[in-house]
Design a protein around this ligand. Structure first.
Ligand code: PRP
Ligand code: URA
Length: 209
């Protein structure tokens, strides 16, 4: 039982395979990460509430459905989460954006927090926390705890590549958070990298090491 929603539309699988390719450079990597995020956001927002509206077409007035002005917030986990932000905003351009800064200590593999800035009305907002990689789950779990201190209405987590152990960690620490991922890979290696994964997402996005 994965405990996560796997969004594996053929277009997503295709783009994710290209993203994983070690020969994909930062420019294409950034484009692909955002394209996949856009496609995933379509599914992650599937439960947005609708309201009935009256619209006059060139033929007649009739009742139709529109989104009920639900307040959303997108929260990239710095820094690699930024690589998905524009893709999500493309689909939800009116969403506010919060930022949560964390890095994974290479020695302890524990997440270290350094920044958290949420939209002013966060308590009225449903948040989508985004990060390409869910490995041990330490970063996502710490980021969600950090964000919860600001008292948002709800939180969803959206990742590109996950390991089952990371999904289990987040679900154990935050059973209320729904997790969406494009893939669940085999395992983690000794450095807690996802196998086969795609390597270090932040470094591949920004051409750093
Ligand atoms: C990566 C990734 C996640 C985290 C996942 O970030 O973007 O935030 O590792 O690993 P975990 O599930 O084991 O915590 P990293 O710490 O490399 O920082 P960066 O985004 O600044 O590159
Ligand atoms: N962080 C990454 O960027 N990649 C992994 O495989 C694991 C953690």
């Amino acid at each position: 039982m994965s405990n996560a929603v796997v969004i594996d539309h053929p277009l997503i699988q295709h783009k994710l395979a290209l993203l994983r390719d070690k020969d994909t450079g930062p420019k294409e990597f950034r484009e692909l990460a955002n394209e996949i995020a856009t496609l995933m956001a379509y599914e992650v927002t599937r439960d947005l509430p609708l309201k009935e509206v009256e619209i006059e077409t060139p033929i007649k007035k009739a009742k139709f459905k529109m989104i009920e002005g639900k307040k959303l917030g997108i929260v990239p986990i710095l820094r690699a989460g930024l690589g998905m932000l524009d893709g999500v905003l493309k689909l939800i351009p009116t969403a506010r954006v919060g930022h949560v800064g964390l890095y994974r200590d290479p020695e302890t593999l524990e997440a270290v927090e350094y920044y958290c800035k949420m939209p002013t009305d966060v308590s009225e907002r449903d948040l989508i926390v985004v990060d390409p990689m869910l490995a041990t789950g330490g970063s996502a779990s710490a980021a969600i705890s950090f964000v919860k201190e600001k008292d948002p209405r709800s939180i969803k987590l959206m990742c590109l590549v996950s390991a089952q152990v990371g999904i289990d960690r987040v679900k154990k620490d935050h059973p209320d958070v729904e997790i969406y991922t494009a893939a669940i890979d085999e395992k983690l290696n000794d450095h807690a990298y996802i196998v086969p994964g795609l390597g270090d997402a932040g470094d591949r996005l920004y051409g750093t090491r």
